[in-house]
Design a protein around this ligand. Structure first.
Ligand SMILES: [Zn+2]
Length: 424
């Protein structure tokens, strides 16, 4: 008997499956699982045709996935076929499988438990204001996760994994916070390590941008390439295609992810940034810069900044136009490179973008021309915590079902060391 992470006893995989599926074939189970996730419910015949596997092999995969609690068989008696063999459809067990989304949105941390039907089952949050060090933040997170685990046990769920969305500059391999930038206490926080050691929950720690992206992706037309700009204390960017996050590993030693575009220097002599460099896009347009500049006009919070813009403060409106113009110019290359047709602006400062919209397009057009820039749709999305949390849990499900989606590009070295099934 082995026990799973909730302490429940788990039967061993039956010997006839273990004996007949090699390790490579166990990896192929994931393809069967993905097919059912995308197109299910499916019959054995449909799956074998789609994947080019024999029906017998498909059947073993189905049984293994059923044993794992991921799929179940619906035995249907087809009409008009008499008492023949019942046909059997396989479907995803959505309501008993769950993921956790953790969102670090300073000064708060949010934890959401969601099942595979995307139903939120529990949402928790805590303030990190009093935390001075990452250990303290870790303790706060553990208290919330502890409560979520209690819910998992009460509902008799199988918790598959977690996704943690973090701001700042992350270590590309571990997801630990390398440079916290706007919330120093996060420095050094290794959520994935903590979740593994304390709760044995496989966790992927990734950029806050991933949660923003997946939160928006639901409303972004399929087959289009989108840029999600999240504007809060910092300024972050996430690109996605066909509702999947695009990630690349950059050329410098530690590797960079696209979310760090906010910390790409556009002027070596530019204003100093919290990250230690000069002239980052964020050093012109991040919320913290605006708070510094407009403190004397009574802007003491991001909400107050939005109010200042709405009140029509002339100097501030001019600043917003300048920032938007600069964004348009400096994002134009990426817009062209990735073929972006949809731009979403989100985060607490997103409403301010409306005052700079024209300037943004003017900046874009200066670099890529009027024709290309007019093909880009820009939408401002109201800042919604619910959307952000749903984005984090959606990212968690995708990380479980498509582990390669996050590994393939941003963590090439890990992928080369060998694939493994998430959760194992
Ligand atoms: Zn910077």
């Amino acid at each position: 008997m082995v026990k799973d992470m909730t302490g429940r006893k788990k039967r061993e995989l039956p010997a006839y499956i273990r004996g007949r599926l090699s390790l490579d074939e166990l990896l192929a189970s994931r393809r069967v699982f993905q097919l059912v996730y995308e197109q299910g419910p499916l019959t054995q015949g449909e799956a074998s045709e789609a994947l080019g596997l024999s029906q017998g092999t498909c059947n073993l995969h189905f049984q293994r996935l059923e044993y794992d609690g991921l799929l179940r068989a619906l035995r249907l008696q087809p009409e008009g076929r008499g008492p023949g063999r019942p046909s059997c459809h396989w479907e995803l067990v959505r309501e008993q499988n769950a993921s956790l989304g953790l969102v670090f949105d300073p000064p708060h941390v949010f934890v959401q438990l969601e099942d595979f039907a995307a139903t939120p089952l529990l949402s928790l949050d805590a303030s990190l204001r009093a935390c001075r060090r990452s250990e303290k933040i870790g303790e706060k997170v553990c208290v919330l996760v502890e409560r979520a685990m209690a819910e998992v046990r009460t509902r008799r769920l199988t918790l598959r994994n977690a996704f943690a969305a973090l701001p700042g500059v992350l270590d590309p391999a571990s997801g630990a916070v390398k440079r916290a930038v706007n919330f120093p206490a996060l420095e050094g926080l290794d959520v994935a390590g903590l979740m593994q050691t304390r709760f044995q929950i496989p966790t992927l720690a990734h950029s806050l941008g991933a949660a923003y992206y997946y939160g928006e992706a639901v409303d972004i037309p399929a087959n289009s390439t989108a840029l999600v700009i999240y504007w809060d204390l910092g300024l972050g960017f996430a690109f996605g295609r066909n509702r999947q996050l695009l990630t690349v590993q950059g050329g410098d030693e530690g590797g960079r992810t696209i979310s760090e575009l906010g910390h790409i220097s556009i002027d070596a002599e530019g204003p100093p940034c919290h990250c230690g460099e000069r002239g980052c896009i964020e050093a012109y347009a991040g919320g913290w810069v605006l708070l510094q500049k407009y403190a004397q006009q009574g802007a003491s919070s991001l909400e107050a900044l939005v109010a200042l813009g709405q009140a029509g403060h002339p100097g501030f409106r001019r600043t917003l136009r300048e920032i938007s113009h600069l964004l348009g110019r400096h994002l134009a290359g990426a817009v062209q490179l990735f073929g972006v047709t949809e731009v979403r602006i989100t985060g607490p400062l997103a409403p301010l973008f409306n005052y700079g919209r024209k300037a943004f397009f003017a900046g874009l057009a200066e670099i890529i021309g009027l024709h290309r820039s007019s093909g880009v749709q820009v939408q401002v999305t109201a800042d919604s915590k619910a959307r952000l949390l749903a984005g984090a849990t959606r990212a968690a499900r995708r990380a479980y079902i498509y582990p390669d989606e996050f590994n393939r590009l941003s963590r090439l070295s890990i992928t080369l060391q060998g694939q493994r099934l998430a959760g194992n």
